[in-house]
Write a protein that binds this ligand. Structure first.
Ligand SMILES: *Cc1c(COP(=O)(O)O)cnc(C)c1O
Length: 228
């Protein structure tokens, strides 16, 4: 199956409220162009050092989403162009994104990453932490970031019931935040959940953004990345 065929088969399954973020990490600009030529415009990368050269080489109507963990000292490299940042997991990083977005005269859409999986290694905020962030006086004065929703990753397991219950708890936190803090904010509407192995479950649980990599581009071959 070609990238274009993979893409069409994933797109054919998406319900109306769900958009595909084609996660192109480790894939070449030629492979990304294959998806671009098939009509895909939203691409996701998990590392700043990989995102920047791809942004430079590829068409400028691509919407780039950063889906991986972001360090404060790297925000300045992407603030002038990044469309969504899915992986905001502290007030400190949000403050830095606001600062760098302001320098580029932009407002950057951000999703707060919530920890729902059992693995210790997954980044993200707990429910109490996300409310504390939203309620902090500092958050209210940030005017170059727009919090548009939540992102989360389920445990890497074959246990579908477990995956479903983790996505459901993420959706529950989303609904609670929407009702209690963002009821008057139409921009707060995104729930980023689901990857190649679990996006069907995620869509059933209300995902609006699925982040699908290997199902579109094929299995990844991790090599060494060049420095930024
Ligand atoms: C790599 C990655 C994906 C896509 O993973 P696949 O299993 O290849 O679909 C989604 N989200 C994040 C945060 C990733 O790093």
């Amino acid at each position: 199956m070609s990238i274009a065929q993979n893409l069409q088969s994933v797109l054919a399954e998406l319900p109306a409220q769900t958009r595909l973020v084609a996660v192109s990490k480790t894939k070449s600009v030629d492979e990304i162009m294959e998806a671009y030529q098939a009509g895909q415009r939203i691409f996701g990368e998990n590392k700043v050092q990989e995102l920047v050269p791809k942004y430079n080489q590829l068409p400028k109507d691509i919407e780039w989403h950063l889906v991986g963990h972001l360090q404060s000292n790297k925000v300045k490299y992407i603030a002038s162009f990044v469309h969504y940042i899915h992986s905001v997991d502290s007030l400190a990083i949000l403050i830095e994104i606001d600062k760098q977005a302001k320098r580029s005269n932009r407002v950057i859409s951000c999703l707060l990453q919530i920890h729902v999986a059992e693995e210790q290694t997954k980044f993200g905020l707990g429910e109490a932490e996300v409310f504390a962030l939203i309620d902090s006086p500092t958050f209210r004065v940030l005017d170059h970031v727009r919090v548009v929703g939540l992102m989360g990753m389920a445990t890497n397991t074959d246990d579908e019931a477990k995956i479903r219950s983790e996505f459901r708890s993420l959706a529950t936190i989303f609904k609670k935040l929407k009702a209690e803090r963002f009821a008057d904010d139409p921009d707060f509407k995104e729930l980023s959940m689901g990857m190649s192995d679990d996006y069907h479950i995620a869509m059933e649980e209300g995902s609006t953004l699925v982040r699908v990599g290997s199902k579109v581009f094929g299995e990844r071959d991790y090599g060494e990345l060049p420095p930024l």
